[in-house]
Design a protein around this ligand. Structure first.
Ligand SMILES: Nc1ncnc2c1ncn2[C@@H]1O[C@H](COP(=O)(O)OP(=O)(O)O)[C@@H](O)[C@H]1O
Ligand SMILES: [Mg+2]
Length: 275
């Protein structure tokens, strides 16, 4: 039991689709579990039930069933590789902005029940800058922005950071470069994004690492097997473990509570203000 140790809530986002958010979320979660962390992965992409597909899982319930009071979070969670627990949120997410009192209570209750059984909550967000993406990102205490070497990736990441900064006062972001072809490409991408952010915004961006382009990622996706299991020693797997190590070393959230209630409260505050 790590009672009293705050839950680290990490949102994996990036603005653009196809940059590798879901693969990074899944494999980062597994790598953190390998480091003995108790991990819950929240699939907050309502478009396509990404995580289910990547892991070849079949979910009978989603967060929506928790909101309606039909299931507890424990009943909805699906056991994944390395013992991670996955919350299939797909259809529940849409409701996030219009929760009634009863649903608020159900959600707070659901998360507070598991709060002292988990160390890290990883949230895989959808593409774009919809309200639901913003809600989940705002509720996290670490934000990983995934970028790759495509002009639209940098502009979409910038648009997301700008929105979160100017409309929601978030100023701290960590950048992950994905599908890099050379060792320098990641830091070059970071420098590019950081330059425009420093010029126009009041934000602090930190580079947390890169994942090389690796054919094994696509093959693992086809096999519906997480990369870390499909090809544990390939370049991308090694980089994902290094990323997990760095994430694990991030300072714990500063709030005193060891529970997840604060996460839900932030989520609900966001939903209530309608932003
Ligand atoms: N490091 C990588 N090397 C090679 N291909 C990758 C890598 N990361 C992601 N991909 C490819 O990009 C596709 C989209 O990744 P995904 O994680 O689904 O993106 P997102 O969740 O951002 O939409 C994957 O199916 C995979 O084929
Ligand atoms: Mg995805």
């Amino acid at each position: 039991m790590s009672y009293g140790r705050p839950v680290q809530v990490i949102a994996v986002t990036g603005g653009k689709g196809g940059v590798g958010k879901s693969n990074i979320s899944v494999n980062l979660s597994i790598a953190l579990a390998e480091l003995q962390r108790r991990v819950v992965l929240l699939d907050a992409d309502l478009g396509l039930a990404n995580v289910d597909v990547l892991l070849g899982l079949k979910a009978n319930h989603t967060l929506a069933d928790v909101l309606s009071g039909e299931c507890t979070l424990a009943e909805v969670m699906v056991r994944g590789p390395a013992g991670i627990n996955i919350v299939p949120a797909s259809s529940g997410v849409q409701q996030m902005a219009s929760l009634g009192h009863q649903e608020h209570a159900a959600l707070i209750h659901a998360f507070s029940e598991i709060g002292d059984q988990i160390d890290v909550l990883v949230i895989d967000t959808a593409a774009g800058i919809s309200d639901s993406v913003v809600s989940f990102v705002r509720a996290a205490n670490e934000i990983l922005v995934v970028v790759c070497d495509e002009p639209s990736s940098i502009t979409d990441a910038y648009a997301l950071i700008k929105l979160l900064n100017t409309e929601h006062g978030i100023f701290r972001f960590r950048v992950v470069a994905n599908m890099t072809r050379t060792n320098q490409e990641g830091s070059k991408l970071f420098t590019k994004l950081n330059a425009v952010c420093q010029r126009f915004l009041d934000v602090s961006l930190a580079y947390i690492g890169h994942i090389p382009f690796d054919e094994n990622v696509r093959k693992a996706v086809q096999k519906q097997t997480p990369l870390l299991e499909y090809s544990p020693r390939c370049k991308a797997s090694q980089a994902l473990r290094t990323l997990a190590q760095k994430v694990d070393e991030l300072p714990p959230p500063s709030h005193a509570s060891g529970h997840l209630e604060f996460f839900v409260e932030r989520l609900l505050n966001v939903a209530n203000t309608g932003s």
